[in-house]
Design a protein around this ligand. Structure first.
Ligand code: BG6
Length: 495
């Protein structure tokens, strides 16, 4: 259901880290590309006493410092600044909402987006006050950011609290990976081309790898991170969403529920990893001191804000199976970690080799044959590896893997709106929830992840140590090597 109304965009936590790092830059780029036509007033809300003029000045300085050199221009800023307002509000005080309501009425728009960039403990009070103040109507939308719970039970509680006021169609749960260009391209590649579908199954695919590797540590976020860890921070949401998009059936249309119904079926078909399987199919690690990008960095436990003896994992690798007709027996290897050797995120679809080689050399063990590599970052590329004859007449037919390479920068010579948040904020304004996570999806992902935590807790083992700047614990290599496979070649990482 698309919506043409002009919307006020109200950001709770308007002075916070997320607003500064992601939301304001995203709004800036939408303004630059003339895509903010549907936005009425953008109202930043926080508890601090601040005039709109002062807020605008802070926002401007923030953008000047944060945007890549050359991206800030005064005309775009002036147009955005005109829309940007600040309102002081204490989430628990009804009178503050009445003031906000009066302010919004002056602007004349009817629809409102409430972006809750605040901890979930504040959701009930905010939703209740929005409802009783009359700020909320059937056109309103609410945007929620993770962390939305830290297990199934707490996620269900948050969902119930929000559902008491907002219908599911009004609720937009952000997973910023879904806004990344290559992730949407995965959908285009699969469903706009005939080529892959006949082999996109256990008959054609040997295995799938999903990697999100980071060189950064937990930096200033250790208070949050130490209670979450890599599984909750990255796997339960970003990696599992990628897995869903790779594995789902063709939806009937790009309608939001058609897409999300198919993703949910994948989550429900994921084989539980529990009991004995936890130690065989998962590896968790925690970084120790080491060297990243030629700089010595301290270990996780030496960082500020982490608990002494913390067992929080900063690395996870796991092997998952989807028990349905399409994927029966195909392993999905997932891995993510902080303080790894390189910064990259990619999906590898490794196709099976030919059943019989007529070329003398044995192709069956050549893992590079027919591999589709979708690189999400740092650069956005899609490569299809094919075996090709090495040119020359001397030695018969010798093979080498070569890449058909789709580099978006080269293929599309048009300015792009950078960043996943820009795309997602625009979708909220358009009232299109296709790229947002539905409550039942999120709960199903928690259900699966909770089993793994139960297994880890039962084993009583600490996460395995790995040196910062490595590829994680050796056990992660062993997890895949045991099956006669290896993680995506590091040589491809340093492009
Ligand atoms: C966030 C996590 O959701 O994603 C962070 O909380 C992580 O810990 C970040 O660093 C990674 O996002 P991106 O877009 O840089 O891959």
């Amino acid at each position: 259901m698309k919506n043409q109304q002009i919307c006020d965009f109200i950001i709770f936590g308007g002075n916070g880290d997320l607003a500064k790092r992601k939301l304001l830059p995203a709004l800036y780029y939408l303004q630059r590309d003339d895509l903010l036509g549907r936005a009425g007033r953008i109202v930043a809300i926080a508890r601090t006493e601040l005039e709109t003029g002062a807020y605008r000045q802070e926002a401007r300085t923030n953008l000047e410092q944060r945007l890549p050199a050359g991206d800030f221009d005064s005309a775009t800023w002036d147009a955005l600044a005109e829309k940007l307002h600040y309102q002081k509000l204490d989430a628990s005080k009804p009178e503050d909402y009445a003031r906000l309501d009066a302010f919004c009425r002056e602007g004349g728009s009817t629809a409102k987006v409430f972006y809750l960039a605040v901890p979930p403990t504040l959701f009930p009070a905010i939703c209740e006050n929005l409802a009783s103040s009359g700020l909320m109507n059937d056109e309103s939308r609410v945007v929620l950011e993770k962390p939305l719970g830290n297990d199934l039970e707490s996620a269900q509680l948050i969902n119930r609290q929000v559902r008491a006021f907002f219908k599911e169609r009004q609720t937009f749960r952000i997973d910023h990976y879904l806004g990344k260009e290559t992730v949407q391209n995965l959908l285009a590649l699969r469903f706009a081309n005939r080529l892959f579908e006949p082999i996109w199954n256990s008959g054609g695919v040997d295995h799938v790898q999903i990697t999100a590797a980071e060189t950064i540590g937990v930096e200033g976020r250790s208070g949050y991170y130490d209670n979450f860890g890599a599984m909750r921070d990255m796997v339960q949401n970003h990696l599992m969403q990628l897995l869903c998009l790779i594995a789902m059936e063709v939806p009937g249309s790009m309608d939001a529920d058609a897409v999300r119904d198919e993703k949910l079926k994948v989550l429900r078909s994921l084989r539980r990893i529990e009991g004995e399987a936890v130690s065989h199919h998962t590896v968790r690690g925690q970084y120790e001191a080491g060297t990243v990008d030629e700089e010595s960095v301290p270990g996780y436990l030496e960082g500020h804000g982490t608990r002494a003896e913390s067992r929080t994992e900063t690395f996870v690798a796991l092997k998952a199976f989807i028990d349905n007709w399409r994927w029966s027996g195909v392993p999905f290897y997932l891995r993510t970690g902080k303080r790894l050797r390189a910064n990259f995120a990619e999906v590898i679809i490794q196709f099976r080799n030919v059943p019989h080689s007529i070329f003398g050399t044995d192709l069956r063990h050549n893992r590079a044959a027919n591999r589709l590599v979708l690189r999400l970052q740092p650069e956005e590329t899609i490569k299809l590896m094919l075996l090709s004859k090495i040119p020359g007449v001397a030695e018969g037919i010798r093979m080498k893997p070569v890449a058909l390479n789709l580099n978006f920068k080269e293929a599309f010579d048009i300015p792009r709106t950078p960043g996943a948040y820009a795309r997602l904020l625009l979708d909220v304004l358009r009232n299109d929830p296709t790229l947002f996570v539905r409550g039942d999806e999120s709960e199903e992902a928690w259900r699966w992840v909770d089993r793994i935590f139960a297994g880890w807790n039962d084993s009583g083992q600490r996460p395995l140590p790995y040196a910062a700047g490595s590829w994680g614990p050796d056990a992660a290599d062993e997890l895949i090597r045991r099956d006669g496979r290896t993680w995506g070649p590091p040589a491809e990482v340093s492009l």
